[in-house]
Design a binder for this molecule. Structure first.
Ligand code: NAD
Length: 427
């Protein structure tokens, strides 16, 4: 099939590269010219394992990038909208990028004679595909959905850090559509996938994505709540989680207590669902609690350090980990941001290390006389007595980093137990 992907972030570019690998012709569109040029040189504009190799294999060839939406829509049968859907004001989702692309696709379809299928892959609140994307495309194209063009919603469940594997090996594919033709085109595109394919309507597909992310985020906040109680009672929450996880109704996944969830999805998606609930005058108690606990959980690292060593003014503290999780350079809503900001406000000098996210951190923090960034953790801990573990990178599983130090661990790194003083955030 000929595919256009609009928005070449983590989801768009991985989707494009994987569809190319599966034998399709893919054209990726982005407004970021630098990003487009990089992709056309066969280089990934961000770190994701295996993506560089896929781009090198298919560029030039089955995959190319452009800044021209018109060109891309003109030469494709199906287009995926995969632009960002960040948090807006007061928990509401900000749909400006999705709406901008919908208007753009509408204008392109005005000139196009053949049938074209538009698929929303971005995470959007229930009702968006039917009540925002579809009417905008109809208005700007002068055409009718279901007759002249198709519309569908196909949420993405990949995880950064294992995005290519996840895209190629999904647990399920959800297709939300309103007409038979759109549905069959998508089923044909996914024909080689062995997982269950669930067909539903667009707003249910949209809700499945939010309910999934909200459930996983709540599971993390739940085990952190239990962990905070366990710490006070002298119980190891990891033993508790092991015992719980043996229950087939619960499963051991997402029961790693620590400093909570970050990243480009969980925080903003749970907030967006809370915002959507407000529109229908419902206050989701569980979702609000999951967010509230997550807000303060990273700062427990600092509370515990202060309890142990007193005021932090003038002290040198190493922070291991900047990315919100291992395997990515993404720092959106990363707990490290809260931890570092709080340490700096308390007058500490911070030596932060991350194997991939240092360039991203430089953009976030700019120049600060009391913040030093390192790719190598050994360099970061060299002149620090105090070490906080924020991201569980494989590189940090090295006893040498912790000998003779005071370590507060937010991610349960067993090698850190050799420290002079070791304690976990909730164990
Ligand atoms: P991103 O911020 O990494 O990338 C978005 C891209 O869209 C950027 O490159 C930006 O320049 C481009 N863009 C913005 N406006 C554009 C326009 N008018 N035309 C063309 N390109 C435009 O976003 P992401 O992390 O890939 O997320 C995209 C969507 O997928 C979001 O809705 C997100 O919630 C969802 N999602 C993300 C993940 C994830 O792990 N990152 C997983 C599942 C779903």
């Amino acid at each position: 099939m000929r595919i256009a992907i609009v928005g070449t972030g983590y989801v768009g570019l991985v989707t494009g590269a994987c569809f190319a690998e599966l034998g399709n012709r893919v054209v990726c569109v982005d407004i970021d010219r630098e990003r487009v040029e990089k992709i056309n040189r066969g280089e990934a504009p961000f770190y994701e394992e295996g993506l560089d190799e896929l781009l090198k294999k298919h560029v030039p060839g089955r995959l190319r990038a452009t800044t021209s939406l018109e060109e891309a829509i003109g030469e494709s049968d199906v287009s995926f909208i995969s632009v960002g859907t960040p948090s807006g004001l007061m928990d509401y989702i900000d749909l400006k990028y999705v709406e901008e692309v919908s208007r753009g696709i509408g204008k392109c379809l005005r000139e196009k004679e053949e049938y074209h299928l538009v698929v929303v892959k971005s995470t959007v609140v229930p009702g968006t595909t039917e009540h925002s994307v579809l009417p905008l495309i109809e208005r700007y194209s002068g055409k009718k959905a279901g007759r002249d063009f198709g519309i569908a919603m196909n949420p993405e469940f990949l995880r950064e850090g294992s995005a290519i594997y996840d895209f190629m090996n999904p647990d399920r594919i959800i297709i939300g559509c309103m007409d038979e033709r759109s549905c069959s085109m998508l089923k044909e595109l996914y024909r080689d996938f062995k997982c269950p394919i669930m067909i539903t309507d667009p707003k249910t597909a949209e809700m499945i994505k939010y309910a999934t992310n909200s459930f996983l985020a709540t599971k993390i906040s739940f085990i952190n709540d239990i962990g905070n109680i366990c710490k006070q009672l002298g119980i190891d929450v990891y033993e508790v989680a092991k015992g719980m996880g043996l229950d087939s109704r619960i499963s051991p996944e997402f029961l790693r207590a620590g400093i909570g969830f970050g990243g480009s999805c969980f925080p903003k998606d749970v907030k967006a669902l809370v915002g959507k609930a407000k529109e229908v005058y419902y206050r989701p108690v569980v979702l609000n609690a999951a967010l509230e606990l997550n807000e303060t959980q990273p700062l427990r690292l600092i509370e515990l350090l202060e309890k142990r060593v007193g005021p932090l003014r003038g002290k040198h503290v190493a922070v291991l980990g900047l990315a919100f999780k291992p395997g990515t350079d993404d720092m959106r809503e990363a707990p490290s941001i809260k931890v570092i900001t709080s340490l700096l406000m308390k007058g500490a000098t911070v030596h932060a290390a991350d194997p991939k996210a240092v360039p991203v951190a430089r953009k976030i923090f700019g120049e600060h006389e009391r913040l030093r960034l390192y790719e190598n953790a050994k360099e970061a801990v060299k002149n620090c007595k105090y070490v906080l573990i924020v991201t569980e990178w494989e590189e940090f599983r090295d006893e040498e980093l912790y000998r003779g130090k005071v370590v507060i661990d937010g991610r349960r790194v067993p090698e850190a137990k050799v420290a002079e003083h070791y304690e976990g955030v909730c164990w």
